[in-house]
Design a binder for this molecule. Structure first.
Ligand code: ATP
Ligand code: MG
Length: 201
């Protein structure tokens, strides 16, 4: 009985300390600015995280834009939904780059989409901009890293931007405020299961 009381008190005092630490950190975090987030890694969940953030922002009445740099041949569930809620989409006209196998036309398509995205990144009426699969554009050399860095650094100060895609360039990782790496533990596709509408796209 006494042991139990001691245990409860120790728990209570530990929790009070945790709360005091959290309160102090919340108090210290006073800076307000738009954030640059990167969701990278080989696991499933990067684009869904980016679109989840857009849905969250839309739910608060914010203006959002999405640039989709590698578009599948299938339709996109998020686009079907979010366009109806005023989200502006810029979609690269080609399908997956490894399907088109035409570097020059892919580069031209990427540059066109990037130019449209740059307008959103210069427009302070946009609160959150998602650049889905943007990492590959830098890796393939379709869009200059320096230009991406400059555009993101010069965006409106309260605007948040999210980049998704595997193997994010280390310069972008260094610049970003928040970086998450999604690790693949397993994926259904590896066991021969087809990609599923409503889950995979
Ligand atoms: P999602 O759009 O589901 O969040 P993602 O953005 O993390 O996935 P991408 O690399 O953009 O992943 O791949 C898009 C498609 O490939 C999705 O249909 C996804 O289910 C599938 N995929 C993602 N990760 C893997 C993986 N490790 N192995 C096989 N397929 C994957
Ligand atoms: Mg993705």
């Amino acid at each position: 009985m006494v042991d139990q009381i001691n245990k409860d008190e120790r728990y209570k005092s530990r929790q009070e300390k945790v709360k005091a630490d959290v309160d102090a950190r919340v108090e210290a975090a006073q800076e307000e600015k738009g954030l640059f987030l990167i969701i990278t890694g080989n696991g499933k969940g990067k684009s869904t995280s980016g679109f989840g953030t857009i849905a969250r922002a839309v739910g608060h009445g914010f203006k959002c834009g999405v640039g989709q740099f590698i578009k599948g041949t299938w339709d996109c569930g998020e686009r079907n939904l979010l366009e109806q809620h005023g989200v502006h989409f810029e979609v690269m006209a080609t399908g997956f780059t490894w399907e088109t196998q035409n570097k020059e036309s892919d580069k031209a398509a990427a540059q066109k989409t990037w130019a449209e995205c740059k307008s959103m990144l210069a427009d302070d009426s946009y609160d959150v901009v998602l650049l889905d699969e943007m990492t590959y554009m830098v890796t393939y050399g379709y869009v200059e890293l320096e230009e991406v860095v400059e555009t993101i650094n010069n965006r409106p100060s309260m605007q948040s931007v999210i980049i998704t895609g595997r193997a994010a360039h280390r310069t972008l990782i260094e610049m970003a405020d928040t970086v998450s790496e999604v690790k693949s533990v397993k994926h259904a596709f590896e066991s021969g299961v087809k990609a599923r509408k409503g889950v995979d796209w």
